[in-house]
Design a binder for this molecule. Structure first.
Ligand code: ATP
Ligand code: MG
Ligand code: MG
Ligand code: MG
Length: 493
């Protein structure tokens, strides 16, 4: 049971392509095309949305597909799916991950979808059956939907014991693309990392890290209309997604995605580049834990940066680009504050990421130099802001009267002029045992918001096209949105 990540990915693609007649398609870029509702591509099905909606042109390439397989680059760091806050804290959620998927567009349905998945997991990957649990949709009376007994029976016929086939409610096992559109019950496959005959049903219920969801199979059966009605679709589709990193963790007999060969080369490169103690996985001790978390965050974030920049999302000031800038800054802060890495560490990891992912996504090789440049320029700019900020704080603290609060106007200027993250100001003051004058700071935030709103109104009266740009304090704290841009300017194209 130890398959390299690259071979696990290839085996998935080959299984559906060669054994079950699927057409293999490349991953779409993570920058969504023609879908303003999405910040990033967050699932394999995104590029097939027109097929489910029935809006694909009848003579288009898309509308000819019946069975498709691919490995899709996904980013879940904003919008409906946002796992950013979990990254580093757990060992199975990433901002960038690879979703292995197979689709049936009006072709096979529940029976074949489940039996192919079971065949792949237990015969090709040879995962022991007694480590697997499956869930199915348990029904929802408010929507008048009955339990998906058809799906349950498929699993029972495949030989899964009834004690391992569990009904779950709407929130877990009824997948919807949005408020309207195609939707349907789903069935999920979970892996028990501990085993030994324990009753994992309870673990699945509680979302225990011992039992991890690996694969979701969605049966597109309905169309949700504007009024909320569910109408049966004329055609039934299958849409599946399995996280490669979680699968490989199982296949390499590890407990954490970061202990697989998809991550270890990157963690080794971080270690070589910063001289911090080697990554040790999840450990109890607080200090080592913080260093280990930093390793995970940096390894995760640099993958995301490489993939996004390659696909044309650059660190910037709004939308997905702002999210990417936050990711870059979070990574830089963990590099410098926790790992005490020399400047340039983040950019130096790019070749390793390209090495790990470049065979599967050759586009990463084409632009690697540009990715290095963009990361290092942004890193340098942010590090120098951090340094200037530190000096300002030092000087101000030296001049402060004993037992007074840190002046709000200084904090505001650090934030506004240097793009200094607010939570970092809090943190640095806390280390010195000093508090920010937060009432006065809130005042400044409100005044600024009012000024901006008035400015925007005035501009509107003059017919100018200006967006109203008001942030609440909560938003400011959460997003670290600086009022001015201190990142370098490029002409990207
Ligand atoms: P979870 O409940 O663990 O957050 P999910 O139900 O949100 O996962 P799905 O939308 O069903 O995930 O996506 C299909 C598969 O993609 C999951 O079964 C999992 O293997 C994988 N996956 C989802 N989110 C992530 C992530 N942030 N990092 C790595 N893999 C993920
Ligand atoms: Mg999730
Ligand atoms: Mg889930
Ligand atoms: Mg799921």
């Amino acid at each position: 049971l130890s398959l390299p990540g690259g071979r696990a990915r290839a085996a998935f693609l080959r299984f559906f392509q060669e054994r079950h007649g699927h057409r293999r398609l490349p991953s779409a870029p993570v920058r969504p095309r023609g879908d303003p509702s999405l910040l990033f591509v967050n699932a394999g099905m995104n590029q097939f949305k027109p097929i489910f909606l029935g809006t694909a042109h009848p003579r288009s390439e898309l509308s000819r597909y019946r069975r498709v397989v691919n490995s899709q680059k996904c980013v879940r760091a904003g919008g409906k799916h946002n796992d950013l806050e979990d990254v580093g804290r757990d060992t199975c959620h990433h901002t960038f991950f690879e979703m292995l998927g197979n689709w049936s567009f009006g072709d096979y349905f529940k029976e074949e979808a489940c039996s192919m998945a079971w065949e792949l997991l237990t015969e090709v990957y040879e995962i022991p059956k007694d480590r697997l649990y499956v869930t199915y949709f348990g029904g929802d009376s408010s929507l008048g939907l009955s339990a998906d007994e058809e799906c349950r029976d498929v699993w029972l016929q495949l030989g899964v014991p009834a004690s391992r086939v569990l009904p779950f409610p709407l929130k877990d096992n009824f997948w919807e693309m949005g408020d309207t559109g195609p939707c349907g019950p789903c069935t999920e496959i979970h892996y028990d990392h501990v085993g030994g005959g324990r009753n994992a049903a309870a673990l699945v219920n509680q979302g225990s890290p011992d039992v991890v969801e690996i694969w979701n199979l969605v049966f597109m059966q309905y169309n949700r209309e504007v009024e909320g009605n569910l109408l049966p679709l004329p055609q039934h589709h299958v849409d599946t997604g399995m996280g490669l990193e979680r699968l490989v963790t199982v296949l390499q007999n590890k407990r954490s995605n970061y202990d697989t060969d998809l991550f270890t080369p990157i963690l080794d490169a971080i270690h070589k580049g910063c001289g911090a103690p080697k990554y040790q996985g999840l450990v109890g001790d607080a200090d080592v834990g913080r260093v280990n978390m930093a390793y995970r965050v940096v390894a995760d974030h640099v993958r995301t940066l490489c993939v996004c920049i390659t696909d044309g999302i650059y660190p910037g000031l709004s939308g997905a680009e702002l999210v990417l800038r936050r990711i870059l800054r979070r990574a830089v802060r963990f590099c410098s504050e926790v790992l005490h890495a020399p400047p340039g560490l983040l950019a130096s990891l790019v070749p390793t990421v390209v090495e790990v992912l470049g065979d599967a996504y050759p586009e990463l090789r084409k632009n690697a130099d540009q990715v290095v440049d963009i990361i290092s320029e942004n890193e340098a700019a942010f590090l120098s802001s951090l340094e200037r900020g530190r000096r300002v704080i030092e000087r101000t603290v030296q001049q402060m009267q004993p037992s007074t609060n840190f002046p709000a106007d200084v904090a505001w200027s650090l934030y506004g002029n240097l793009g200094f993250p607010l939570d970092l100001i809090d943190l640095m003051l806390e280390e010195k045992g000093i508090r920010l004058d937060s009432d006065a700071f809130n005042e400044l935030v409100l005044e600024d918001a009012k000024r901006k709103a008035q400015g925007a109104q005035a501009a509107q009266l003059e017919g100018a096209d200006v967006r109203l740009d008001v942030h609440s304090l909560a938003q400011l704290r959460g997003d670290n949105v600086p009022a001015t841009d201190d990142s370098p300017k490029y002409s990207y194209k």
